[in-house]
Design a binder for this molecule. Structure first.
Ligand code: GUN
Length: 293
């Protein structure tokens, strides 16, 4: 069994990015600049956004964090987005999701200039991704592709079962892995809450991507020997033995499933750290696209 170490891989990628940033600066190009907007005080979202901003500093990017109050109106948020869209120094920006209920998420996503949409959530970028055209691939699927690539996990001709059909993970993952690309060419089955006989399907999988948000959903009796498992789940489960009061639990019962696995991602330290590294990669790409013609 080999652990797909997202923490180490993400650190490698960040080192590569930092090197490229200093090379760009030496050649007189601008420093990549990522902005992030967060609305409200959700603890998990604040943690993620702060981690993204910190990661920018570590690789030598500029970063701007816009913290807006919970009561921010949709119109006010759209105005902030319009300002970032035309700010020449900002190469890319993200609006941290979820947003408060009174704001229409889709409207917000569609207001972001696709050339600055380093989350890859805008329909223009999702469409390009689906057509296998150059674009920003959103951080989680992009991170999974990169992790599989760097560990030389064979996907061509394999049966991949994706659990979950979210716009952020399940849906793009199933599209990408079936495409004709280096990490791709798989036969993909996408399963969701209405899927019947799920265990029959997961037992046929060479690779499983679990992205349903149910702690320890995937058990050892649902997988075959030598399976590869990518665990995208990160649910906070109350744990009084932890200083924070919670621990992070994936969608996979790691201890039992790992015994049958060829490759497996841990939680934490698997897919999670990769997402930040890929956001930085997209920001660097946005900056280069704009500066180097
Ligand atoms: N919330 C959970 N994941 C993400 C992400 O990748 N980007 C943004 N903007 N919000 C998120």
């Amino acid at each position: 069994m080999t652990i797909l170490d997202g923490k180490k891989t993400a650190a490698d990628i960040k080192e590569e990015i930092a090197l490229e940033v200093s090379e760009l600066q030496d050649r007189g190009y601008k420093t990549p600049h990522l902005a992030a907007i967060i609305v409200g005080n959700d603890g998990a979202s604040l943690t993620y956004v702060n981690a993204k901003v910190k990661a920018c500093e570590r690789v030598g990017f500029e970063s701007t964090l816009l913290r807006l109050p919970e009561e921010t109106t949709e119109e006010e948020l759209l105005n902030e987005i319009a300002v970032l869209n035309v700010d020449n120094d900002i190469d890319g920006f993200i609006v941290q999701l979820p947003l408060p209920d009174h704001i229409d998420e889709q409207k917000v996503i569609m207001a972001v200039d696709p050339d600055k949409d380093v989350d890859g959530f805008h329909p223009t970028n999702v469409g390009k991704m689906a057509l296998n055209l150059p674009t920003f691939i959103s951080a989680t699927p992009f991170g999974i592709l990169e992790l599989l690539d760097r560990y030389n996990v064979e996907t061509s001709g394999k049966h991949v079962v994706v659990l979950g059909r979210s716009h952020i993970v399940g849906s793009p993952m199933s599209i990408l892995l079936s495409q004709k690309r280096k990490v791709g060419n798989a036969t993909v089955t996408m399963c969701h809450s209405r899927t019947k006989n799920l265990k029959e399907i997961t037992l046929q999988a060479d690779i499983i991507v679990a992205a349903i948000g149910i702690p320890e959903f995937l058990k050892a009796d649902m997988v075959k020997d030598n399976v590869t498992v990518i665990d995208v789940g990160i649910t906070r489960v109350a744990d009084s033995t932890k200083k924070s009061g919670f621990r992070l639990v994936g969608d996979v019962a790691f201890n039992e499933v790992s015994e049958k696995s060829e490759f497996i991602t841990p939680v934490p330290g698997g897919v999670g750290p990769m997402t930040i590294a890929m956001l930085l990669k997209n920001t660097l790409l946005a900056c280069k696209r704009k500066s180097i013609k």
